[in-house]
Design a protein around this ligand. Sequence first.
Ligand code: BG6
Length: 462
Amino acid sequence: MTVTYKFPEGFWWGSAASATQTEGGTNEDGRGKNIWDYWYELEPNRFFESVGPETTSDFYHRYREDINNMKEIGHNSFRLSISWSRLIPGGEGEVNEKAVTFYNQVIDELINNDIEPFVNLFHFDMPIELQEKGGWENREVVNAYVEYARTSFKLFGDRVKKWFTFNEPIVPVEGGYLYDFHYPNIVNAKKAFQVAYNTMIAHAKAVKVYHDNQDGKIGIILNLTPSYPRSENSADLKAAHICDLFFNRSFLDPAVKGEYPVDLIHLLEEYGQLPTTEKGDKQLLKNNIVDILGVNYYQPRRVKAKGNLPNPYSPFMPDWFFDNYEMPGRKMNPYRGWEIYEKGIYDIMINLRDNYSNIESFISENGMGVQNEDRFIKNGRIEDDYRIDFIKDHLKWLHQAIEEGCNAKGYHLWTFMDNWSWMNAYKNRYGFFSVNIETKERTAKKSASWFAEVSKNNGFHA
Ligand code: BG6
């Protein structure tokens, strides 16, 4: 039986990308360096096939062609990020006029093509000079970020009406301070919590500046990974609850409710891990909650109770409270090593409906990175039916959530065209368009034309 999945009027169809992963032009027009440029200079071997961020997909020069392609495949919205070190080289001080021209042109081109720009301010790309001052560990950097946000709102806020302070702020915490996959490659939980906390303060201050001066909406983009326990046994349930506190609610609660979960505060207190705070922070968080929430969803987190007690002499880690659980029979994306669990998208939305005042939200990233996609070329085009199925299966659950009253307004794929995936560089490809990394030529995959139809019909049959 064929079922029709029709989405609400005005549903946002589009995709998301980030500056460091797509722009290239890193040495042009006065752009400053960020941690990725620096880390690549230091340790190129840590990046897949030693490919660095200098040129990536060359959006800096080819944005007109790309925006035209977006239009062709039915985008009515697109998320980009501003590169802080391009707009304000060094992170503080003078604005780079060439960067202003570039972002103005991109924003105007999108609007002229009836594509609403959603603009994110920070996508893992700390200017290196500010990282040298301690990055998010340092409240001076928080102030520099707020000035950068203020400048961006002033420059582009007349046309951009949806802003996001951060993309996945937990990831620099995990990568840079716990699990060694982002610069500065520190492993220190206490610092990690300080970084997370200060990021949240930076976020709330930017929200305040926005609400005081502008009339659009401002939000944050969080990667929400539902924590599923192995069983209903209380030890497994506790492990899942603690994971949820560390990896979801550490940002979700302060962003949407304006306060940290009491359980999280107690746990950190018990282990002497509470970050340093300043007078007025609590009120700042309380008064500056988001208008809109972007949800990135790729994979669930499955956990079980700890099999062995952690070594009491080892430094504190969130992993003291859970073990990862490999559920038998789980469906995997073997290239990325991530489980595919479509219903997770529904569970997140129901949680937002029931516990987070049904805040206006959208799927701001979802997608499937696949290696060696050239093997699927037929008649010059990558036939990525697996990606079409992946999107469809997630959209079905999103549709179900909307039917049940969830306030989800759109779906953005990660990503528009193949891009530079941090340490994985160009290993796994995510785009509607493939990119030849030598010639930079773009070619539409089968999913691109499928998506054009979905957007045109505001839904699909399956
Ligand atoms: C999200 C990020 O975590 O996932 C993107 O916002 C990232 O920047 C995407 O590229 C896919 O993950 P990866 O590591 O395969 O590129």
